[in-house]
Design a protein around this ligand. Structure first.
Ligand SMILES: [Zn+2]
Ligand SMILES: [Zn+2]
Length: 855
């Protein structure tokens, strides 16, 4: 039996054995209370959607976080490493339609399956704090937050054009529309519909969300850039052009209730070059113009249709520009110039004011439009370094001075902008403004499987909040799911019909549910106090744990989840619940797992199942491979040969440790004098020191990697090298050249270094070495810099075969380094002065001979 065990590494036996032991010890992966006195470390991987199966991307993501959590435990931190389920969402409803399984049942059974997989992978999660977002104990707090936001005007209702996915049969947030299509249905074109919807006023935090990015230096630059672009701040000026007076009608045009057209521009310094005003087809003034002009109306309708088609094709930015003159004119408030008013399909109603001034000489788009329709092009900015008329138009740089701009001629663009803004403010026809691309977050969904919005519609009182003590508003369990006809909850009378909390009369519940991104916006706070029935969490506990020290997830969440959760954090801070401004100090975005260069997908038939890998090679091999095969931020191409290779490596560690553990165990009681002893070859320390040197160099490297670089692939490679070196000395080990205390230090440290990567194997070997308690509570090994230092060698330097001197070089110095050291030596320089070195012969680690001739 014992011999058998010694020979064969069998993960199928040892892994379930340790998983059982770990499951029986709930304190093992549990965070300690704040009073424990240790520094805290909150490591978090983004929670999965319970689709039913973990995929290889999950294995990789969670292997990264798990390795880090284990390492931090060994470094003596109080570690929080929780897991949960982003459990509301559309696939559960689709599955219900297809298989007639209720969404709740489908979801909970998927969760059970995936939890089993997580446990089989040996992930160090604290399951006692598990969060499942589709359960009432969680989503009641979504409702509670909604009410708090409603009370502060941060949740509101408005009729608006919304993105509608016909496939999802629901509204999508702007962030969920990708190239004009649904983010879940890549070939389904998103339509525009008018609906009354609930919104969260994320724009109230636009500037703070933008400014906060500068401080998030632990976040990848690419994520910060994506968020900056998404928030899309642009500084500019709003200016009123006046609608031209029509003779005989006084100040106002007949039938038109406005005399001003407010335009937004980022370049007010070019306003003397404005040769038309362009309106979005949906602009209110356009409706007034077309009401009296059926020909114009038909033309405008066509522009709207073109816009719609371009939006659906996802290339609104690339739309072929068309426009029609309205026959009306506007007056430039600065110089009284009269310019025609056009309607154009490339002007968007929801950007700025839905109206622009067109300055063809200094804007690419305006230039293209003016050239097409023969509108005048007036240059008003002149490049600083050129004389007038030499600039090729359009000249869009702001490195210039004003010309053809009356009293402003000669001013720089920046000075002119400031001056013109001051005048607009003083005269009341405009002001400096900031606009954002970010829009308020539409959270209404006409779906069943989400958090019910806790509002009531009363005929007498209008919108009424559900009182806190009536939360949660429960999702009804028995419901027929269809994808037509609006909110499924609207077809459940027992749900819809209720009593108005204000007047006690009959009233109806809101039937929309919340976007599932609400669920993931604050789940990581709940982990700190997951069982709290009286509040979303305890503020003091959150204060201890936040911000998250390391957040890990895919870069595909750069703008959706990662902006919403930043917003939510700021709202909770302003509600007085928390003190931190940002949810996570550091963010890491891992690469994807590919197969044969392509994303794994059922359609391609290239899916590698984690279960198969674990069954064949064990969880330790699958996990270690997923860290070894590529740097964690790069894509990884899954190679089964590679997993097999890692499995063989773990096998070697197993055999080596099993073989020498009996010797090592006896080393505990012996002194460590071997460090100063001489080996059989007379060299200091001999093979013992040579191996310990390699060990301490490996410790230094891996420790450094965990502190920031995260090149776990080279960490695993370094451990492989260490094992190779130990194995290469097998004859000396077998002969007893390495004394037991050195043997113990070698094997014990090897096991500790592998602990973040291959926890099962390590647990077994730890026991084999006679250690007690969990390896997670054993201190991470510390590299001894004296031991880790590379040896120096003495190299004899000869000139024409005669010994001249001896130089010292690093033990691993190459021929070139040895040559340089020899030539730099004073004695050597004295001998070769005025002569020519014709040849350098280096015998590695021994000598260098310079062949020298008289010059
Ligand atoms: Zn869809
Ligand atoms: Zn009422």
């Amino acid at each position: 039996m014992a011999e058998d065990k010694e020979l064969r590494y069998d993960p199928a036996t040892i892994e379930p054995k340790w998983q059982e032991r770990w499951a029986a010890d709930p304190a093992l992966y549990a965070a300690e209370p704040a009073t424990c006195g240790k520094p805290k470390y909150y490591v978090l991987e983004m929670l999965p959607y319970p689709s039913g199966q973990l995929h290889m991307g999950h294995v990789r993501n969670y292997s990264i976080g798990d390795a880090l959590a284990r390492h931090m435990w060994m470094r003596g931190y109080n570690v929080m490493h929780p897991m949960g389920w982003d459990a509301f969402g559309l696939p559960a409803e689709n599955a219900a339609l297809k298989n007639h399984v209720p969404p709740r049942e489908w979801t909970l059974s998927n969760i059970a399956g995936m939890k089993r997989q997580f446990k089989r992978l040996g992930m160090a999660f604290d399951w006692a704090t598990e969060v499942t977002t589709c359960l009432p104990d969680y989503y009641r707090w979504n409702q509670w937050f909604f009410l708090r936001m409603y009370e502060r005007g941060l949740a509101y209702r408005k009729k608006s054009k919304v993105n509608w996915c016909p496939e999802c049969a629901t509204v999508l947030a702007n962030e969920q529309v990708v190239d004009g299509c649904c983010w879940r249905h890549e070939t389904t074109i998103v339509e525009q519909r008018d609906l009354v919807q609930w919104f969260f006023r994320i724009t109230a935090y636009a500037q703070e969300l933008l400014d906060g990015l500068d401080k998030l230096d632990g976040w990848p630059e690419k994520v910060r850039t994506m968020q900056r672009n998404w928030i899309g701040r642009s500084e500019g000026t709003e200016v009123d052009f006046f609608l031209e007076e029509i003779q005989g009608t006084g100040n106002r045009e007949q039938g038109i209730g406005t005399t001003r057209i407010r335009v937004f521009t980022t370049r007010v310094d070019t306003i003397f070059g404005a040769t038309s005003v362009q309106l979005a087809p949906q602009h209110a003034l356009v409706a007034a113009f077309t009401a009296a002009d059926p020909v114009l109306k038909a033309q405008v309708d066509e522009l709207i249709e073109q816009q719609k088609k371009a939006r659906e094709a996802g290339d609104l930015g690339e739309i072929e520009k068309h426009g029609v003159p309205t026959g009306h004119f506007a007056v430039n408030p600065y110089n009284g110039a009269r310019v025609p008013i056009w309607v154009a399909n490339y002007i968007l109603a929801d950007y700025g004011t839905g109206a622009i001034m067109s300055v063809p000489a200094h804007d690419e788009r305006d230039f293209e439009f003016a050239t097409k329709y023969g509108l005048p092009i007036t240059q008003v900015i002149q490049p600083i370094e050129k004389t007038e008329g030499e600039a090729s138009l359009p000249f869009v740089s702001e490195e210039g001075v004003l010309v053809n701009s009356g009293e402003f001629d000669g001013l720089s663009c920046a000075d002119a902008e400031k001056k013109l803004q001051e005048i607009a403010t003083a005269k009341g026809f405009g002001e400096a403004t900031v606009t954002y691309r970010l829009k308020d977050w539409g959270v209404s969904r006409q779906r069943y499987w989400g958090t019910p919005i806790p509002m009531i519609h009363c005929e007498r009182d209008g919108l009424v909040q559900v009182p806190d003590e009536q939360l949660p508003v429960l999702l009804p369990e028995q419901i027929e799911i269809t994808q037509q006809g609006g909110s499924p909850l609207g077809r459940v009378p027992e749900f819809v019909n209720t009593t108005c909390p204000k007047c006690g009369g009959p009233a109806k519940r809101e039937t929309d549910t919340m976007d599932t991104f609400v669920d993931s916006s604050w789940y990581f706070y709940r982990y700190t106090d997951a069982k709290n029935a009286n509040a979303p969490f305890d503020s003091a506990t959150v204060k201890y744990w936040f911000p998250i020290d390391q957040y890990i997830g895919g870069v595909e969440h750069a703008i959706l989840h990662l902006i919403y959760s930043r917003f939510w954090t700021k709202v909770m801070r302003d509600l007085g619940l928390i003190e931190n401004d940002e949810p996570a100090r550091r963010l890491f975005t891992q690469g994807m797992v590919l197969k044969d260069g392509a994303k794994m997908s059922k359609n391609r038939g290239n899916v590698v199942s984690p279960d198969d890998m674990v069954a064949k090679y064990g969880a330790d091999a699958a996990r270690t491979y997923s860290l070894f095969a590529a740097p964690p931020d790069r894509d990884l191409d899954w190679q089964e040969d590679g997993v097999a290779g890692v499995s063989r490596f773990l096998s070697r560690v197993w055999r080596l440790t099993m073989k020498y553990a009996p010797v090592a165990r006896t080393g505990r009681s012996e002194s460590h004098s071997f460090r100063t002893e001489r080996g059989k070859d007379g060299a200091p320390g001999g093979i013992s020191l040579q191996l310990l040197r390699k060990l301490h160099q490996t410790i230094a490297k891996i420790t450094l990697d965990f502190e920031g670089r995260w090149h776990f692939n080279t960490c695993v490679a370094a451990i492989m090298e260490l094992v190779n070196e130990i194995q290469a000395a097998d004859a000396q080990l077998a002969a007893g050249d390495v004394p037991p205390p050195a043997m113990l230090e070698l094997l014990r440290s090897l096991v500790l270094l592998l602990a973040p990567f291959a926890p099962h194997l390590v647990a077994e070997l730890w026991e084999e070495l006679g250690e007690e308690g969990s390896v997670l509570r054993a201190p991470w090994p510390v590299s001894d810099p004296e031991l880790a230092r590379e040896d120096e060698l003495e190299i004899a330097v000869q000139i024409n075969g005669k010994l001249v001197t001896v130089v010292r070089v690093a033990a691993d110095a190459d021929a070139k380094a040895i040559e340089i050291a020899a030539l730099a030596d004073e004695k050597v320089q004295a001998r070769i002065a005025g002569k020519k070195v014709v040849k350098v012969i280096v015998v590695p680690r021994k000598l260098v001979n310079l062949v020298v001739k008289s010059a």
